[in-house]
Design a protein around this ligand. Structure first.
Ligand code: ADP
Ligand code: MG
Ligand code: ZN
Length: 478
């Protein structure tokens, strides 16, 4: 307990985000994940002498859009630098990165905490290339290398050491992720490595000078980050209270064991012998281009929430959930534009949509349903062409394959038989065969009607609208 009071944690993050470009940062190779090893490669991204890098314009656009969304100053004259280090996943023996003139600086994002809104400073955002991947697992006596990832574009978002708890860290990361997904700049999946977080942490007595920090790597879920922060904080406090010192170093968090171990002593910029990359021309950003980028920014969440409140008659609760992912929000907007039933669209997405996402373990980003098909399903249901349970069945098929709901209903025989004559005949038969229930209903027992509806639905093999059957029975039994 004493520990909690005596020390506070000081945390700053370095977040790597893989950008959603189709091709790599300095060559035309594909960035697709999971190809046969070393097939998405060329002389540039395998570091062949004499090959020359050319910057992918889309990388700059994404980096600037993230910078604008995080209130950064955009550097008008920016350059790439070589960061020299020797490791087999790095075929050039240097990584092209930015040290002196990063593309974005001095920004901030706001996080919502129970005690109020807090600003987390962004020190800088720079562009760089990813390294290849070493594969050690499958063989005892050798390590193989796959350069498919070499040259995949990254931005590194470096925060100020403004966070004081794991809760603030998670809120900050969630905010960044939501923003970057809205921008379409990355899918930010920690598990798949398209968002990677290094946690820098030191402890100090409140108000004291910042203590010595360590950096933790290999954190691939929010839970792991939370546990690593608690573990590292306790380790540092134990060291300090026992009279030892914290060593500035890079540590690897082992989430399974729940502890971290030293990887290497912390290197500083000098160790990398940075120098400007002579093969890449500096980037000059014009006011006109920057204005264009600003104009091209999509509507972000806060603005969307505001607009939804004005435009659609749906509860705030729905708005919060729908706008939590841009994909979901777009599906909502586009479907509503087609069928003009915002609450119905929202109900489908928040009910069956969220249920199936959870069941399938998928992200809203991976939702396949097209607005046209969802709108059509809603219209079919409204028109009484299908009943409620059939609509759910069809929605599930659409969720997995985006099938046209009309085709699906036809194939599965779910269209309600609209021949009222046929239904009337069945109703007459049901009434004739169940005199006891009829008597009960006429005697005031509402439940008996439910039984008759059930019998009719059975006789119709489900191809009737229970509401309509109910209505017709009431009319016939007077
Ligand atoms: P380097 O370039 O050596 O990695 P930086 O000074 O750029 O070091 O900081 C890297 C990260 O460490 C930043 O996110 C920053 O917020 C964080 N940081 C710096 N000082 C501290 C500290 N005393 N405690 C915790 N985090 C820190
Ligand atoms: Mg660093
Ligand atoms: Zn290449």
């Amino acid at each position: 307990m004493g520990k909690e009071k005596q020390y506070e944690s000081v945390i700053g993050l370095e977040v790597h985000v893989e950008l959603a470009t189709k091709t790599k940062i300095f060559c035309g190779c594909s960035t697709a994940f999971g190809g046969v090893p070393n097939t998405h490669t060329c002389p540039v991204c395998t570091g062949m002498p004499g090959s020359l890098p050319v910057l992918n314009r889309k990388v700059l656009e994404y980096a600037v859009s993230v910078g604008l969304a995080t209130n950064c100053e955009i550097t008008r004259y920016c350059k790439f630098d070589r960061k020299n280090y020797f490791y087999p996943d790095n075929p050039q023996n240097y990584q092209i990165s930015q040290l002196y003139l990063p593309i974005c600086r001095n920004g901030w994002v706001e996080i919502e905490m129970p005690e109020g809104t807090k600003r987390i400073g962004i020190h800088e955002i720079h562009m760089e290339e990813d390294a290849g991947k070493l594969i050690h697992d499958e063989w005892e006596d050798c390590t193989l290398v796959d350069y498919n990832r070499s040259g995949v574009p990254l931005i590194e978002i470096v925060s100020e050491p403004d966070m004081r708890s794991a809760e603030e860290v998670i809120a900050y990361l969630e905010k960044l992720r939501l923003m970057i997904r809205y921008l379409g700049a990355s899918d930010c999946k920690l598990q798949e490595g398209s968002m990677r977080v290094d946690v820098n942490l030191s402890v100090r007595e409140p108000g004291a000078e910042p203590g010595v920090r360590t950096e933790m790597k290999n954190l691939n879920s929010f839970k792991a980050i939370t546990r690593a922060i608690a573990g590292e904080r306790d380790r540092q406090i134990d060291l300090l209270t026992s009279g030892a010192v914290v060593v500035q170093e890079t540590r690897r968090w082992d989430d399974a064991k729940g502890c971290s171990y030293a990887m290497r002593s912390k290197e500083d910029a000098r160790d990398y012998r940075y120098f400007p990359d002579p093969d890449l021309v500096p980037i000059r950003i014009s006011e006109a281009w920057l204005e264009e980028r600003k104009a091209a920014l999509p509507e972000m969440r806060t603005e969307k929430i505001q607009r939804y409140r004005e435009e659609y008659q749906i509860p705030d609760y729905d708005i919060e959930i729908l706008t939590d992912s841009r994909q979901m929000a777009m599906l909502f907007e586009e479907t509503t534009a087609l069928c003009n039933q915002p609450k119905k669209v929202s109900n489908w997405l928040m009910g069956e949509g969220m249920r199936l996402l959870k069941e399938r373990g998928r992200d809203p980003e991976d939702m396949l349903i097209s607005p046209a098909h969802l709108a059509k399903l809603i219209v079919m249901r409204e028109a009484g062409e299908i009943n409620g349970s059939s609509a759910k069945e069809i929605f599930e098929v659409m969720f997995d394959t985006d099938t046209d709901p009309a085709d699906c209903a036809r194939e599965r025989g779910l269209l309600i038989v609209n021949d009222t004559g046929g239904l009337t005949e069945v109703l007459r038969k049901v009434i004739a065969e169940n005199p006891k229930s009829v008597e009960d209903y006429l005697g005031g027992k509402e439940k008996a009607l439910g039984f008759l509806v059930g019998q009719t639905m059975k006789a119709m093999k489900g191809k009737a609208d229970p509401a309509q059957v109910n209505q017709m029975l009431r009319e016939m039994l007077v």
